[in-house]
Ligand binder design. Structure first.
Ligand code: DGJ
Length: 730
């Protein structure tokens, strides 16, 4: 009730503030701290005049001048809210179309807008735009999440022209931001080296980040970025915009510094090979662009995104997760019932919740014993599993662990029964040689029959084995030779593929709303908030080397919360099991090791660590993240999660340099605590047979002290990783 009244009050205020200066309409989209203001002039031209701090007095939005421009805008639409191409526009458009009569111009005039509270507390503003010459409409949607300071923006495009219209470009948003300078942080990489950050000052012209890979679209770079205004991005200070496109296919993020030195950000589906044919009276909905504006640097931006994602986007974002033992690196394709049975017992002995059976369990005519065959033939291999999956599930359960399974349902091996039966279900050019990525091809999810097949693969597995408790959904190949045997318009392929995938996932989530599902894609090939609407967690990288992971996880943490980040302890890298465990704990921990090969102290350490994790996981998953010392500029990387009540912080520090005397030579300042509370600092995950260098009895400090003077976790070559529990003393 209280929520309803406060939402209603904000709604009333917004409705009032939308009627401002004479002749102009000001549309105000607000969150707790941020405002985005659209001005509509007498000619009904909608432009964006503010994205930044929310004003205290809402009536003053009407006084914002045309723009923070610094000179002549020849067109009056450099700051258009959705720049149409082909008219007077001179810059990068948000939308470009060819009408049914062949005319390639578009104008978009303001018609009206509506603002209404949503049941979940967000406020949705719809801005209706129309071409004065054509029955062609665009509606801009802005969903403002009040407490999280996040705006989710998308557009719908519709027309009633006599024939189809071609959409050449159809962005999700078009932001306009004036500042002195712009520093873009983007992330790039490849398999096993995902998310390397690169910060660059934007100069006049256009910088484009994009993907043309189709399925595993984020392999080289994800659709997520940070833009710092005026100064390079800092962790806890300065203006930063964090943005991410909720789309699992080809995307384009265009950053244009215009002739007035103002920044235009145009994110959306990649127009590359995707001129979209839109039939009359049908609606095209763009993916959502999700962004937050922070005055407290990258830290503030990522805490807002995490809160938003946990509450509104990721399934069970505020719920539980299962710890697990995966057999991929323990066995690869080489296993049978007997081996698995022993691994179930190991999983239980270790103390995890679930055993995850990976690749290699299927294929009858072509058994999957390596990665050259069988994708698509989702029936148990009778040689490896003579009693079938049902038997395995029960066997795991009687050993004391739940059972989960790996699938790669969008893919097909050239050597498979599925390919033999349905060659027309495969994406490939009819007159060109096949070209493979990891020896496989992609199924044509634009085809409703293929969508039904993929849905059935999962549904039949779950129907036959209703206690299967986890699915790891892999996706290892990109799209080569893009061509569908059934699609009427080939240039709709990349878009329809992703829409087809979402249709399948939508159906599955409707039937299995609580099933935990991991979004894999050979590592970080598909980490975005389009897919994360359906998946409870994601696999950041196949690279699980503890040291590498400090960096990889650090960079994902700008956008994605720890509860969704699967970190496994494996045999990659040279670090001790303690280091690898401490690193995996800063997210959702899992294991992919041979438990029987662990030494007695290693096993004991792991068992105890899992118990500790169970006790502290809520603070790690739901707490606010503070990145305290960056691995890029320090010997020691350090970060802490602080819970809402501020009575506990879990603090991780890792040695990331190996020069002589490298370590935490000085105290590290904590953040996010209550300055007036008193906290005890205790070390967790102390390795059997060793003693902590932290004396808990004498380690009681005020939050004020810990945040002003700091505390030295005593990281050194002898203590390469340190986990501290900072708890309130009552
Ligand atoms: C790629 C994944 O990232 C791995 O974890 C594993 O599941 C393999 N695929 C299996 O083929």
């Amino acid at each position: 009730m209280k929520l309803f009244f406060s939402t209603f009050f904000v709604f009333l205020l917004l409705t009032l503030t939308t009627k401002a200066a004479p002749g102009d309409t000001h549309i105000v989209i607000q969150t707790r701290q941020t405002a985005l203001v659209i001005r509509v002039d007498k000619e009904q031209t909608p432009t964006m005049v503010h994205l930044g701090i929310r004003l205290k007095n809402g009536t003053e939005y009407g006084a914002i001048p045309g723009n923070g421009k610094r000179g002549e805008d020849y067109t009056g639409i450099y700051n258009s809210v959705y720049t149409p191409a082909g008219g007077r526009n001179l810059l990068e458009p948000a939308i470009q179309v060819t009408h049914a009569d062949g005319n390639a111009s578009l104008d978009l005039k303001y018609v009206r807008h509506e603002t209404s509270p949503e049941a979940n507390g967000a406020i949705l503003t719809k801005v209706y735009l129309k071409d004065p010459q054509y029955p062609f409409d665009v509606t801009l949607y802005y969903k403002a999440y009040q407490n999280e300071d996040v705006i989710e923006q998308w557009s719908t495009i519709r027309h009633t022209e006599k024939k189809a219209v071609t959409l050449h470009k159809y962005a999700s948003a078009n932001l306009y931001i004036p500042a002195q300078n712009y520093y873009l942080t983007h992330f790039h990489g490849d398999w096993a080296s995902e998310m390397n950050p690169s910060e660059t000052m934007l100069t006049e012209g256009i910088k484009v980040l994009d993907s043309k890979l189709g399925t595993r679209a984020d392999l080289f770079q994800p659709p997520s970025f940070l833009v710092a205004l005026n100064q390079p991005a800092e962790e806890e200070q300065g203006e930063v915009i964090a943005g991410t496109l909720a789309w699992s296919g080809n995307y384009q993020l265009a950053f244009e510094v215009d002739p007035l030195h103002n920044l235009r950000i145009i994110p959306g589906i990649n127009p590359y090979a995707s001129a979209y044919t839109l039939a009359p009276d049908t609606e095209f909905t763009t993916p959502a662009f999700i962004y937050t504006y922070s005055t407290t640097g990258k830290g503030g931006a990522s805490r807002s995104l995490h809160r938003w994602a946990r509450k509104y986007r990721i399934p069970q974002g505020q719920g539980n997760r299962l710890t697990l033992l995966n057999n991929w690196e323990a066995t690869y394709f080489d296993f049978n019932e007997e081996k698995l049975s022993a691994l179930f017992k190991d999983a239980d002995k270790l103390g995890v919740d679930l055993f995850l059976l990976d690749d290699g369990w299927f294929g009858r005519k072509y058994p999957r014993n390596n990665d050259h065959t069988s994708l698509g033939d989702w029936q148990e291999n009778p040689k490896k599993l003579p009693h079938g999956l049902g038997y395995l599930v029960k066997d795991a359960e009687s050993a004391g662990v739940k059972f989960g399974i790996w699938l790669e349902p969008e893919m097909v091996s050239p050597k498979s029964e599925l390919y033999e039966k349905h060659p027309d279900w495969v994406i490939k050019q009819p007159n060109r040689a096949e070209y493979y990525f990891r020896n496989q091809l992609v199924l044509d999810l634009t085809n409703p029959k293929v969508q039904a097949f993929v849905y059935d693969v999962v549904d039949e597995l779950m129907t036959k084995n209703p206690t299967v408790s986890y699915i790891k959904w892999d996706c290892n190949a990109v799209i080569y030779n893009a061509y569908s045997a059934t699609l009427a318009d080939q240039s709709n392929l990349y878009v329809n593929y992703v829409q087809g995938l979402y249709k399948v996932l939508d159906r599955l989530r409707t039937k299995y709303p609580t099933l935990p599902m991991m979004l894999c894609s050979g590592g970080g090939g598909r980490v975005d908030y389009g897919a994360l609407k359906y998946f409870t967690e994601y696999w950041p990288s196949d690279n699980t080397d503890g040291l590498e992971r400090v960096f990889i996880q650090w960079n994902y943490s700008y956008f994605f919360p720890s509860i969704a980040t699967c970190n496994h302890v494996t045999d990659w890298g040279k670090q001790s099991i303690k280091f690898r465990t401490d690193v995996a704990m800063m997210g959702k921990i899992g294991y992919d090791i041979v438990v029987s090969k662990l030494s007695e102290p290693e096993l004991q350490f792991s068992q105890e660590a899992l118990k500790t994790y169970d006790r502290i996981k809520t603070t790690i998953w739901q707490g606010d993240l503070y990145r305290l010392a960056s691995p890029y500029t320090n010997d020691v990387a350090s970060l802490a999660y602080v819970n809402d009540a501020k009575d506990e912080a879990i603090w991780f520090s890792y040695l990331v340099k190996n020069r002589y005397k490298a370590g935490s030579v000085a105290p590290i300042k904590l953040q996010g605590l209550n300055p007036d509370k008193r906290y005890k600092v205790q070390e967790l995950n102390v390795y059997p047979g060793t003693r902590s260098a932290i004396n808990a009895d004498s380690s009681v400090y005020s939050g004020n002290y810990l945040m002003t003077i700091g505390f030295n976790p005593q990281v050194s070559a002898r203590r390469e990783s340190v986990v501290l529990d900072v708890t309130e003393v009552k």
